[in-house]
Design a protein around this ligand. Structure first.
Ligand code: GAL
Length: 808
């Protein structure tokens, strides 16, 4: 059966004539096959027996997990490894390798010579080759790149035009799970020939004060005798300024527009304006686009560090990989928004898209919700980290990929810095210095308003070679012991912790005795949540906090990572089964680990934090030493075990741990109640928290992140299922198998328990709980109404929850 196209008109402009319309069609329904077949590019190829899929689509996330997939026998140089070992799960152990074909049709009833049609991809994983009506229109190797082709001359008006895309993922091409397929949006844009060039507007705010801002809009145009009319509107849609210009410099029309009493964009006040840009030829409206932007000023200086709107601001950031855990890499706004909502509560103000171009949806959300953004491009330049990595494409594609990164995203106010690379082995040798200069110049040419960094781990080498000195912003990955020397040796006078911590932990798992150690492993392939375990190149959070707090020239940090991600199961990358990371502040399901509260206690300056660890269900450990840690925004607290005081602990600069956590190292376990009372600075009790020893698992408690979601077939509700005892206390060790059923206006989508060693696939409607919990994702249909999720479990009373779906 032929599919029909979702036909969406976005960014529409209605002028006096129908010619003015710019149509944006989202191509969402495709036929898909994993079989390679050269004839699949042909217009007359019979794809009727192929599966129908909706994109964004990740063909590999459905598994099964298999240790043989992309098994890499390698020595990871940047991890200081001396001998090659077998690495399983490094790329997630999911079947992303090989070929995938996508085909769809495009109806363009009235397409004619006076129109231009572009096909745009926000990313395609990877080695995309695009065909229209059997003819190849272009290719793009890098899976994270945004790209587009002009397909005007390949189209046939009045016919069904066939679009076919061949993708191929190589083994040994990634250091993490890259995903597979058309995992981001694909659109066709049809315009008049006289038009604004795609990604052709650049809106900057060169001068900003409380009472006036200058907005500069440069629009690249195609055609002759053109005029641009710009209308700037505030967040409520009121016009605040208008201007018309036909003054042309080459292919650009530039306008300087005054906005009085501007509302400035910042993480605390993410205020957005829109510029409606209309292109006229004489009186005929030819094109129209609406670009969202923010009015804000950024500056970096040795004297003040990073300033946003004149205010010194430190990056309280996290690195994020692009996968969304149980739904893989298929981009989903609700999944991204949930991540950012969790991070906002933690007090995080910045995201680094490690180590590649972010999704457009993520940037839009960061604009809206208020996150600063460090947009990264590459994990490799010319020198390989993995055999079939970006090194294969660097010479031919790096400039084009950087151009597209900047051109596609430069109007997002959230972006305040570019990154040209992460720990590239080109840090060694003089060629690398030249490459850096070349890439940085491309960024500057494309965008003179933002600086460039590189996450550097070979700090001694880049001090010697000059690599670190020529960067706009030197970024250090880990290596806190070299911060002072780097500050002395580099001329910039500031330093960014472009990647920090890499502390490892498994949610709800605690190991005894409690010791701080690198590369600690255990027979169950889990890491301890006392937050004292790290890698031999990395450290615990406090090592970074000290740099941030004591050195005004350190402009902030990006913690590795905000959420666990698929692949890179350090310290268990030589062990099986383990297929996802342990680095996350939150687990793969998005559930906060204890570390979340350590960062929150320091980063969230609006709300108080008081969190106790570990849990208090240690049957068999009675009388044994069971240290208790408290992560809190208060400076002191008293701990009680079954009402008996264990003494007051105060934060102190005497030791790095005491400075940021409160610790009772000698507590002897006895079942019952653990209570912490926090004291304010006058010594008065200000807050308290208790953790109790739970009884037997009894029923399932369900909590939704949102009670109402949009009936658009894409929106997701995340429901946390917690196994609790009769009194409702969470059972922290429960691992019961749970089953999921959804009735009504939605469907079961996936589940995730955050256990890096689990080989259960995410899309089956059953999974075992891990540390007493898991998260169920339910997805809306396009119908408004109610859906009911039932979670049942062996020997447990089931939980039920109703979620409403409403039309936008
Ligand atoms: C860094 C690297 C990251 C990740 C991390 C794990 O060196 O940039 O991609 O591998 O180590 O600690």
């Amino acid at each position: 059966m032929r599919r029909s196209l979702t036909f969406i008109l976005l960014l529409l402009a209605y002028g006096s004539t129908s010619l003015a319309q710019t149509e944006v069609k989202e191509l969402s329904l495709w036929k898909f096959s994993r079989a390679d077949n050269a004839s699949a590019s042909r217009a007359d190829f019979d794809d009727s027996y192929w599966e129908t899929v909706k994109i964004p689509h990740d063909w590999a996330i459905y598994g099964p997990f298999d240790k043989e997939i992309d098994k890499q026998v390698v020595r990871i140089e940047q991890n200081n490894e001396k001998v090659a070992t077998e690495k399983t799960g490094r790329t997630g152990a999911l079947p992303f390798i090989g070929v995938g074909w996508y085909r769809t049709t495009l109806d363009l009833p009235v397409f004619s010579n006076d129109k231009q049609a572009l096909i745009t991809f926000d990313g395609a994983m990877s080695n995309a080759e695009v065909f229209v009506n059997g003819v190849k229109v272009g290719n793009r190797p890098y899976g994270y790149s945004y790209f587009y082709f002009d397909i005007s001359s390949y189209l046939q008006a009045g016919k069904k035009n066939v679009v076919a895309v061949r993708l191929e993922n190589q083994p040994f091409s990634s250091r993490w799970y890259p995903g597979a397929g058309l995992y981001r949006k694909v659109r066709v844009i049809v315009k008049n020939r006289e038009n604004f060039k795609h990604w052709g507007h650049f809106i900057t705010t060169p001068s900003v004060s409380d009472n006036i801002a200058r907005v500069n809009i440069r629009s690249q145009v195609q055609g002759e005798n053109l005029t641009v009319k710009a209308t700037i509107r505030d967040a409520k849609g009121n016009t605040v300024a208008e201007k018309v210009s036909s003054e042309r410099f080459g292919n650009e029309i530039e306008q300087n527009i005054t906005v009085k009493n501007p509302n400035l964009w910042s993480p605390e006040t993410p205020y957005l304006y829109t510029a409606e840009l209309k292109l006229y030829q004489g009186n005929a409206l030819k094109d129209s686009e609406v670009v969202r932007f923010g009015i804000r000023q950024i500056s970096y200086s040795a004297a003040k560090g990073f300033e946003l709107n004149g205010k010194v601001t430190k990056f309280k950031g996290v690195c994020l990989h692009h996968d969304l855990g149980p739904i893989g890499t298929a981009v989903n706004r609700a999944a991204l928004k949930r991540q950012l909502t969790i991070l906002k509560d933690m007090g995080c103000n910045a995201i680094r898209s490690s180590h590649n171009m972010p999704s457009i949806e993520q940037l839009e959300l960061c604009d809206e919700m208020g996150f600063l953004f460090l947009a990264e491009s590459f994990d490799e330049w010319k020198k390989p980290k993995v055999k079939n990595g970006y090194n294969l494409y660097f010479d031919e594609w790096a400039e084009k990929d950087v151009e597209n990164l900047v051109r596609a995203t430069k109007n997002h106010p959230c972006i305040v810095m570019w990154s040209a690379g992460n720990e590239v082995p080109d840090q060694w040798g003089s060629d690398g210095v030249k490459r850096l200069k070349w890439l940085q110049d491309i960024f500057h040419r494309e965008d003179p308003t933002r600086p460039v960094t590189v996450g550097m781990d070979q700090v001694k080498a880049v001090m010697e070679s000059g690599f670190g000195a020529i960067l706009d912003i030197p970024g250090l990955n880990y290596r806190v012991h070299l911060y002072d020397e780097a500050y002395q040796r580099f001329p910039q006078g500031i330093l960014l912790g472009s990647e920090t911590a890499s502390t490892v932990s498994s949610r709800g798992i605690y190991k005894f005795p409690v010791v701080s150690k690198p590369d600690k492993t255990y027979p169950d392939l889990q890491c301890s949540s006392y937050d004292l375990e790290f890698c031999d190149w990395s450290n615990i959070p406090e090592d970074d906090f000290i740099q941030q707090d004591d050195k005004p020239w350190v402009i902030g940090e990006f913690v590795w990572t905000g959420f666990d991600y698929l692949g890179e199961p350090t310290p268990y990358d030589n062990y099986w089964p383990s297929r996802s990371s342990y680095f996350g502040i939150c687990d793969l399901a998005g559930l906060p680990k204890d570390r979340f509260y350590l960062y929150r206690s320091r980063w969230n300056t609006k709300d108080t934090t008081l969190h106790i660890l570990p849990h208090w269900n240690w049957e068999g450990r009675e009388g044994q030493t069971t240290p208790v840690f408290v992560y809190t925004s208060y400076n002191s607290a008293e701990l009680f075990v079954n009402g008996k005081s264990q003494g007051i602990q105060k934060k102190s600069t005497q030791s790095k741990l005491n400075r940021y956590r409160l610790m009772w190292m000698d507590v002897k376990y006895e079942p019952g109640t653990l209570k912490v009372v926090a004291y304010d600075d006058k010594g008065k009790p200000a807050a308290e928290k208790t953790v109790v020893t739970a009884g037997k698992p009894h029923h399932i408690k369900l909590e939704a992140d949102r009670q109402t979601i949009t009936a658009n077939g894409e929106d997701l509700c995340y429901v946390t299922a917690t196994i609790v005892d009769k009194q409702g206390n969470p059972c922290p060790n429960a691992s019961n198998r749970l089953y999921f059923k959804v009735k009504g206006t939605g469907k079961y989508r996936a589940a995730c328990n955050g256990d890096a060693t689990s080989l259960e696939v995410f899309h089956k409607p059953t999974m075992k709980a891990f540390s007493g919990k898991l998260v169920v994702l339910v997805q809306s249909s396009t119908q408004a109404g109610n859906m009911e999720l039932t979670v049942s479990g062996d020997e447990l009373k089931e939980g039920k929850l109703t979620i409403s779906t409403i039309k936008e």
